[in-house]
Write a protein that binds this ligand. Structure first.
Ligand code: SF4
Length: 412
């Protein structure tokens, strides 16, 4: 059995994101992809590139319905879209931060420079060992750090672009998570965010039947339906416990709860300050509250992503020590280290986020616990929908319900 950390949600900052006012929205200009990752929730459809006018219409609909700071440009792989540079430019012209969510396969130095000119704000690279990458077959999560570093260095060379990585966590890759957290710490100057997404799929070991409206259905046609038994219920506190085996001081500060369960951690955020050599500590809930509140107060929207120009201001962030006691602790640790090595005062301190995302959970009574204030809301047929479940709408025309199988004891 996996160990779990005890985390009290009442001691963390609840990220203030809601359906109409959020940090992020999710744009899918294409469903085409050049990889087939285990855990992907979008069917790979060739020739599914949306025309630029449709993309613009979706952005306008977002603008009308949902205040946001950043637009995650996802898919499929958005770099497959022949007009990706125009899409990025359109997002930037609408005063939104364009963040490209990609596996990175199609990224060249030339394209990166064009995207920067068009106004790209950041990249989130999805890299993990179950993507079937042609040149990285049989490489484990740790060996893939070499590829992560290539992408991070590519961005660093161009400069001024936020760099994030996400990695799906499966039962058999959980062991590697602390190593990835360590790798991110050692590259804190060029990696701004590390995200772990817990694996979910429709599998036979779930004790439910699936219904679309009143009709029992077969989930088989969905890309995330499998006939093998798989573990699909890893939880964020288990990831925290695993990270703490190596980094006992690892402490989350903010979260998004579930729609069905107030004390579930659907997005669990930690923020740390340090150098490549040393992490001085983890910020507390007040730090995040100040960041989100002030950003909303002065810019009118909740903060999504920060460029390296901001995350390298770790020393200025320490000025929040009177308000956040965890920052006070970082300040003390840092001061003690400067006493020992005065030259370290001239080194920059960087800020880095570590996020754990726990997608849909099934409740014993058949409820589906989604992320309350979902940041990855996208558009389908003119409506705001969960991007992680859009295939249900495409195949069945409605959200699929889970109903406990006959004979399964229901404990609510
Ligand atoms: S509800 Fe689904 S789409 Fe929204 S943030 Fe959670 S996992 Fe992502």
């Amino acid at each position: 059995m996996t160990a779990t950390a005890v985390i009290n949600h009442r001691e963390l900052y609840r990220l203030p994101w809601t359906l109409p006012d959020n940090a992020i929205s999710w744009l899918e200009p294409t469903s085409a992809c050049n990889l087939a990752c285990d855990g992907c929730y979008r069917e790979n459809v060739k020739d599914s590139h949306k025309p630029l006018e449709v993309v613009r219409m979706e952005l306008e609909l977002f603008k009308r319905l949902r205040n946001a700071d950043g637009i995650s440009i996802a898919g499929g792989d958005p770099l497959m879209h022949p007009q990706i540079v125009d899409i990025v430019r359109t997002v930037a012209e609408m005063d939104l931060k364009p963040i490209i969510n990609t596996n990175g396969n199609a990224l060249t130095n030339e394209l990166l420079r064009e995207l920067k000119q068009a106004g790209v704000y950041g990249f989130t690279f999805h890299v993990d060992s179950k993507q079937g990458r042609p040149k990285w077959k049989n490489k484990n999560e740790i060996e893939l750090n070499e590829l992560r570093l290539q992408y991070a260095e590519m961005l660093a060379e161009v400069g001024g672009i936020s760099c994030a990585f996400n990695s799906t966590v499966y039962e058999d890759t959980l062991e590697c998570v602390p190593e990835l957290v360590d790798w991110a710490a050692k590259h804190i100057d060029i990696v701004q965010v590390m995200v772990f997404i817990l694996y979910r799929a429709a599998v036979p070991n779930l004790p439910f039947d699936w219904y679309a409206g009143g009709k029992k259905i077969d989930m088989g046609p969905l890309v995330y339906s499998y006939i093998e038994q798989k573990k699909v219920d890893l939880k964020a506190p288990e990831i925290v416990a695993k990270i703490r085996e190596r980094f006992p001081e690892f402490t989350p500060c903010a979260y998004l709860n579930g729609t069905e369960k107030a004390d579930s951690f659907k997005w669990l955020l930690s923020g740390r300050i340090g150098t490549r050599e040393k992490i001085f500590g983890y910020v507390g809930p007040k730090f995040l509250e100040i960041m989100q509140t002030f950003h909303h107060l002065f810019k009118g929207r909740y903060l999504a992503y920060a460029k390296p120009q901001l995350t390298r201001l770790g020393k200025s962030m320490l000025l929040l020590f009177p308000i956040d006691k965890a920052v006070r602790k970082i300040f003390k640790q840092y001061s003690a280290s400067v006493m020992v090595d005065p030259f370290s005062l001239f080194k920059r301190l960087h800020y880095q986020s570590v996020m754990i995302i726990q997608p849909v959970d099934f409740m014993p009574g058949g409820g589906q616990n989604m992320c309350d204030g979902c940041p990855d809301i996208t558009i389908y047929n003119g409506e705001l929908v969960w991007s992680c479940r859009m295939e249900e709408l495409k195949h069945f025309g409605c959200w699929v319900r889970t109903v406990p199988k006959d004979g399964v004891e229901i404990t609510v």
